[in-house]
Design a protein around this ligand. Structure first.
Ligand code: NCD
Ligand code: ZN
Length: 347
């Protein structure tokens, strides 16, 4: 048994975050900023942040929404479309506005209607990114309605991603929020230029959670959770110590009425207890000694950014996650609502 009651690690970063905008941004940004030094900010606003100018203005709004004295660094991403200009992307990267660019297949998820309809059209942008060492972040699901929703990630690997990796052998690619054993096998089989993020929720539950005793909108996200065998493959990858896997929560706040609806939104708000949620998993796997690599080292090493120098402490103790939290004049139900999470990040 692992008897560790307190764990000190290098301060972590979150490599996949939705902060939204306006009042919601003001309500949620502090949850991420208190746990993480840096975060990759997703550009799927409405309208999406498709240019360096839009991302720079969004970064200003994030800075303005941060609590007084916060040293949190938002790392901005470019929302790729069929008409993205390679020069704008490259200039944004060189100017330090963009840390990466995000590929949403059109209509794959929330606010992705302007996404890419055919990756072939993106080749000039991807070639430029490969040359300048700019990472491509991929929402890896096909959108064809004839493909079963639980197969969309595996089919994306076969139809799109494997060809892309072959055509662009030096392009840095992050396969985002992976959910299948096929994704783990694929990433393991690629070179060091291909990595993946794993969310806490995909480590905690399988697809049964969405239908446990009735329909559970707060367990619904995209990519949707898969069978138990896939969850176990993700756990093995996360605790493996491989530098290819790192922390990316995909925290995605939606107001409670947008989730609890006849057509509920996809997304799980896990920012408030994100690090504790991962610690639970690593603890259950007797792998707490691997948490630091996954949470604080593999991500910056992949992105070519310095490691954080300061440290944080997690203490084993009873912590009950609130049933809901006030946000933007409404409420959001957080991941693990009402549960004892067993760890507390010390401040
Ligand atoms: C995200 C959101 O709400 O923006 N939802 C989700 O289920 N993860 C979009 C995304 O990352 O797919
Ligand atoms: Zn996301």
């Amino acid at each position: 048994m692992n008897a560790v009651d307190q764990l000190e690690i290098r301060r972590p970063d979150d490599w996949h975050v939705h902060l939204r905008d306006g009042e919601m941004l003001k309500s949620v940004v502090a949850y991420t900023a208190r746990q993480f030094a840096r975060a990759i900010i997703m550009p799927n606003l409405s309208p999406p942040a498709t240019t360096a100018a839009a991302a720079s203005a969004y970064r200003d709004r994030i800075w303005a929404a941060l609590p007084e004295g916060s040293d949190f660094t938002p790392l901005m991403t470019c929302y790729l479309t069929d008409s993205t200009d390679p020069d704008d992307v490259a200039q944004g990267f060189e100017d330090g506005v963009f840390a990466a660019a995000k590929l949403y297949p059109a209509n794959a998820t929330t606010n992705s209607a302007h996404g890419v309809t055919d990756v072939a059209r993106l080749m000039p942008v991807l070639e430029r990114m490969q040359t300048i060492g700019m990472p491509l972040l991929v929402h890896g699901e096909v959108t064809d309605s004839d493909i079963d929703i639980f197969d969309r990630e595996a089919v994306f690997i076969d139809r799109i991603l494997s060809g892309l990796v072959q055509d662009m052998p030096d392009l840095k690619i992050v396969f985002e929020h992976i959910t299948t054993s096929q994704a783990v096998e694929f990433v393991d089989g690629c070179g060091a230029n291909v990595a993946a993020t794993i969310t806490p929720h995909h480590l905690h539950f399988n697809r049964n959670a969405i239908f446990a005793g009735g329909i559970r909108p707060h367990a619904y996200c995209l990519p949707v959770a898969k069978r138990e065998q896939h969850r176990l493959a993700l756990r093995k990858a996360a605790i493996s110590g491989s530098p290819k896997y790192f922390l990316g929560t995909d925290t995605a706040p939606h107001e409670v009425h947008a989730k609890e609806s006849a057509c509920g939104c996809a997304g799980i708000f896990n920012a408030p207890f994100a690090l504790e949620s991962y610690a639970m998993v690593f603890d259950e796997e007797n792998a707490l000694d691997r948490l630091e690599g996954f949470a604080s080292e593999h991500g910056p090493n992949f992105y070519g950014l310095p490691l954080n120098e300061d440290r944080v402490v997690l203490r084993r103790q009873t912590v009950i996650v609130p049933d809901d939290l006030e946000a933007a004049g409404s409420r959001i139900v957080p991941f693990h609502a009402g549960e004892d999470i067993g760890w507390q990040l010390q401040f």
